[in-house]
Design a protein around this ligand. Structure first.
Ligand SMILES: *Cc1c(COP(=O)(O)O)cnc(C)c1O
Length: 361
């Protein structure tokens, strides 16, 4: 009945089939209400249950300690690039940023509009092929936070080891959200767009340390204030009801599949299968990323020539392997293998890689 393809999209991306089917099944008449969930008040009993469940599952599945709150905010991860310095940087305080690639650069660009920021490490010098170690970081006095992009979606690199710094960290985890555990004591905030591991596009999921909310700036528009969003339970205005509903379902699926440990193990298994295929191709396929920094979510690779890459991408579509094109800014190929992508899809890809190499080398 369903004609589902192997979907390696970087985001929005593949979601668990059973979640889609469940949502489809209850869409038109939500639990006998005579209307769908997206047609009813967000202050009513049905949505209240949905939102509360999504919040408590978020804390449970991601193993978040009680001194954090979860927020559902619109504007995606990119609005957080602005909200973080707006809320957190006071006079004289600086934001430190690791420039690890495209998304980090975006965070730095936006933060500069609202406060003093500096680059604690610049990956441009190594063409964004690795993450820094703690020793690489050049921290300055009066730093409020260190911002890191835990996984760079376009460059295909991740922090395998967390930096050890004296200031709290803030992590953009968009593209590896709930795919690995977080050392919460090191962080004041973790955030990301939902559309890469957690559900449909339309919201950012933010985990913020409660104790910092007393000190956030208040001279900004109300929607942009973390303290107000938190005190209103992310219902300061009409929340993104459909993304919250789907997010709850995805989390239920994650919990049923074994939770964070199982997501992490699957990500390791899928990524190592793919990297092994690349490394054992005798140089036909080549991953430009340093081994220690290789992403478990976005696997980037090149072929011997751009012509072969074009051919590879067009033939892969015929095999039902979709969205393998690298980001337009870097070219090449990229397989995004998020939580909901089945292992079989990775096997189908490695088999195609073998066949293609045999026919084209
Ligand atoms: C996709 C992505 C973003 C942008 O997310 P939006 O929700 O589209 O704003 C930011 N950071 C990273 C690491 C991403 O992968």
């Amino acid at each position: 009945m369903t004609n589902r393809k192997h979907n390696f999209s970087a985001g929005p991306c593949t979601l668990p089939l059973e979640v889609l089917e469940e949502a489809q099944h209850e869409f038109v008449d939500y639990q006998g209400a005579g209307m769908s969930l997206i047609e009813m008040s967000h202050r009513g009993a049905h949505f209240d249950t949905v939102a509360n469940e999504a919040m408590s599952l978020a804390m449970e599945v991601f193993e978040v300690p009680d001194d954090f709150s979860v927020l559902f905010l619109q504007g995606g991860a990119i609005l957080q690039f602005s909200m973080i310095p707006m809320n957190l940087l006071h006079n004289g305080q600086k934001g430190a940023y690791v420039n690890s690639g495209t998304w980090a650069k975006g965070a730095i660009t936006d933060a500069k509009q609202y406060g003093e920021v500096y680059t604690a490490w610049d990956g441009a010098e190594t063409n964004y092929t690795r993450m820094p170690s703690t020793e690489d970081l050049q921290m300055q006095d009066n730093t409020r936070y260190l911002h890191i992009t835990t996984n760079e979606t376009i460059g295909g690199i991740r922090f395998a080891d967390w930096p050890e710094v004296d200031v709290p960290m803030i992590g953009d985890m968009s593209s590896e959200y709930m795919a690995r555990p977080i050392p919460w004591d090191k962080f004041d905030m973790i955030y990301g767009g939902a559309q890469k591991n957690l559900g449909p596009a339309g919201m950012a999921v933010v985990f913020i340390r409660k104790s910092i909310l007393e000190h956030t700036n208040q001279n900004i528009g109300r929607y942009l204030r973390y303290d107000i969003q938190e005190s209103k339970g992310s219902m300061f205005n009409t929340p993104p009801v459909f993304p919250i509903y789907m997010f709850g379902k995805v989390l239920k699926w994650m919990k049923k599949e074994g939770g964070l440990a199982s997501m992490e193990a699957n990500a390791s298994k899928k990524s190592s299968t793919l990297y092994t295929a690349i490394d054992q191709s005798g140089g036909y396929y080549n991953c430009p990323v340093e081994v220690a920094s290789r992403s478990h979510m976005n696997v980037v690779f090149r072929l011997p020539s751009e012509d072969l890459e074009k051919k590879f991408l067009s033939e892969s579509v015929n095999e039902g392997l979709l969205n393998l094109k690298g980001h337009r800014s870097v070219g090449g190929c990229r397989a995004s293998i998020y939580n909901a992508l089945p292992y079989e899809s990775v096997i189908a890809l490695t088999q195609f890689m073998d066949t293609f190499k045999a026919a084209n080398s």
